[in-house]
Design a binder for this molecule. Structure first.
Ligand SMILES: Cc1cc2nc3c(=O)[nH]c(=O)nc-3n(C[C@H](O)[C@H](O)[C@H](O)COP(=O)(O)OP(=O)(O)OC[C@H]3O[C@@H](n4cnc5c(N)ncnc54)[C@H](O)[C@@H]3O)c2cc1C
Length: 266
């Protein structure tokens, strides 16, 4: 690990000021992704700004037909939340499917979407549910937030404060997880709201994406059979020791159908 100065502000304003004052400052959330990358010297920063003492960044609230989840809310809290469980049970299921108990007790929704791992689950939840990412500067639609491999629309020093999830009529989650890490080999979030369907896929490309042809079919008929005959091209999909491109392409179809069935069963 390279040397750095550790800061532990207890307000959002102080965290912003710390980051603004640093040439190379970085927020720390659950540390589940950032700490190992710093430990292996794949990442470094002059100032590490720990967000864990900032109470205003954590919590879950239902208001105006939306569920707002604070950036520092742990995966375990989302999985166990009565508000999320009642309004968007597929989102609670997503959170419960992340990693293991230790990861769910430390990892946060803000850290997960800011890290933007290609196999992370929350990006599919955020995109598949048409959420809005709130920062200390603006509100960013999910469609504009994830921009590439480990890349987001965030500017230097910009902090995610919360995520707003509109409550859909239906939503479903399906994931084939790596047996060791439980990161998604392929996972899919589907939702239906106001006659429009969303299908968001994670694990299959450099970053989360929507499957437009599947969305059109599901908007016309929200049933797993509506996806019959829609093949995901394997070109451009990820390939690694866990799954080659053709298998991942096949999995997108299988997971999308399972997600629709999950939505209809909830
Ligand atoms: C063994 C293991 C298994 C895992 N399995 C899964 C899995 O199955 N599915 C899955 O989705 N994930 C999985 N993860 C990742 C886990 O969900 C992490 O919690 C997540 O990737 C990062 O969240 P964090 O809160 O730990 O963020 P950190 O590691 O603290 O930060 C990650 C990045 O986000 C930045 N950041 C953090 N918060 C903010 C903020 N509010 N505003 C701006 N930038 C911010 C940090 O500067 C850093 O660059 C796993 C991790 C481990 C170690």
């Amino acid at each position: 690990m390279y040397p750095f100065t550790y800061h532990r502000p207890d307000s959002l304003d102080e965290a912003r000021a710390r980051l603004a004052a640093s040439e190379d400052g970085r927020p720390l959330a659950g540390g589940m992704s950032l700490m190992p990358t710093m430990r292996f010297r794949l990442a470094s920063c002059a100032d590490l700004v720990d967000l864990n003492a900032i109470e205003e960044l954590a919590g879950i609230e239902r208001r105006n037909g939306q569920i707002r989840i604070g950036a520092m809310t742990r995966h375990a809290a989302v999985a166990a939340s009565p508000e999320v469980g009642e309004a968007i049970p597929a989102l609670a299921a997503l959170a419960a499917s992340i990693g293991d108990v230790q990861v769910r007790n430390r990892g946060t929704i803000g850290g997960s979407i800011c890290f933007a791992d290609p196999a992370a689950d929350y990006p599919a939840g955020v995109l598949g549910l048409g959420a809005t990412v709130n920062t200390d500067r603006r509100a960013v639609a999910a469609d504009d937030f994830f921009t590439g491999l480990y890349e987001t629309a965030l500017e230097d020093g910009e902090l995610v404060t919360s995520v707003d999830f509109p409550i859909p009529e239906r939503a479903g989650w399906a994931k084939l997880g790596n047996q060791a890490s439980r990161f998604a080999v392929v996972a899919v979030m589907v939702s239906l709201a106001g006659g429009a369907a969303r299908v968001a896929v994670t694990g299959a490309r450099t970053h989360v994406f929507r499957a437009a042809e599947m969305e059109a079919a599901l908007a016309a008929n929200f049933a797993a059979e509506a996806l019959d005959g829609i093949a995901m091209p394997s070109e451009g999909l990820n390939e690694d020791l866990h799954a080659d491109r053709d298998y991942r392409a096949h999995l997108v179809g299988v997971m999308a159908k399972r997600a629709v069935r999950d939505a209809l069963a909830r």
